[in-house]
Design a binder for this molecule. Structure first.
Ligand code: URA
Length: 264
């Protein structure tokens, strides 16, 4: 059921009331939602042609992933290490690193792809237009930014907002992995195609990755995928599907909090 407060945020998301009332989200989370044709720009479009035949994950750790040496760092040391990082060329074009924000003991962790111009300027993830929509999406879930932890795959802005390069994501990954370990969230939400594909080490299309629960890494941490708010700003027609994904994520979260098995 959607309460009045959520309804206001849904309106802000541009989702019709009748759609909300008619929702019949699946209680189970296993399985793949029928593939959609997702189109968008280079940051958020799905790589449809490259989707794996079975929609499965390839979550084995890349043997060539360089260590950032951050495996045992505490929050302060990790933040300091990231601020001083010069492990890839992006350090030379950044204004500052964008570490992460929110509740360090959060049960939800949202992971986007990389800082944009506004994030590079302010030093905080998801503070531009897309970030404002993400904040509305959180509110629709009954969450405040301070309740969750928000980070990105990359800590530095790629020039011109281009997609992160695989080697940049590999080089930076240890920082994110340490953040995930320190937060130890119940549920990770990959925001958009690039974050999802990078985290899950797959080239499956976003349409195949959303609507199910993935296991991340050796610990098989529950991870779900949602549309990137920047994509939703460009493709408002997809907001209904985005809302379904949020409802499903909330259901999975509630099941996790009850100690239930959620992995597909
Ligand atoms: N898009 C992202 O993926 N992350 C941000 O921090 C901002 C926009």
């Amino acid at each position: 059921m959607v309460d009045a407060r959520q309804a206001a945020y849904l309106e802000a998301l541009g989702i019709d009331v009748y759609v909300r009332r008619g929702l019949a989200p699946k209680p189970a989370v296993a399985g793949v939602i029928a593939p959609d044709t997702v189109s968008g720009d280079s940051r958020d479009a799905a790589v449809g042609a490259a989707a794996t035949a079975d929609g499965g994950d390839r979550t084995t750790a890349a043997p060539d992933r360089p260590s950032t040496g951050s495996e045992a760092l505490d929050w302060d040391a990790l933040r300091a290490t990231v601020s001083a990082c010069e492990r890839c060329a992006l350090h030379s074009t950044r204004t500052q690193t964008v570490f992460g924000v929110g509740n360090r003991a959060a049960r939800w962790m949202f992971i986007g792809e990389a800082p944009g111009a506004e994030e590079d300027r302010q030093g905080e993830p998801f503070v531009g237009r897309a970030g404002q929509l993400l904040t509305s999406m959180l509110k629709a879930l009954g969450l405040k930014r301070e309740d969750v932890y928000i980070a990105n795959v990359l800590k530095c802005r790629p020039p011109g907002n281009r997609d992160p390069r695989p080697e940049e994501a590999r080089t930076c990954r240890g920082y994110l992995e340490r953040q995930i370990e320190l937060v130890d969230p119940a549920l990770i939400v990959a925001v958009g195609r690039v974050a999802a594909q990078t985290l899950l080490e797959t080239d499956a299309a976003l349409a195949r990755l959303r609507g199910r629960v993935h296991g991340l890494g050796a610990r098989q941490r529950p991870l779900m995928v949602i549309y990137h708010p920047a994509y939703l700003l460009r493709s408002p027609g997809e907001k209904r599907k985005a809302w379904l994904d949020l409802i499903e994520a909330k259901q999975v979260f509630q099941r996790l909090e009850r100690g239930e098995q959620v992995l597909s």
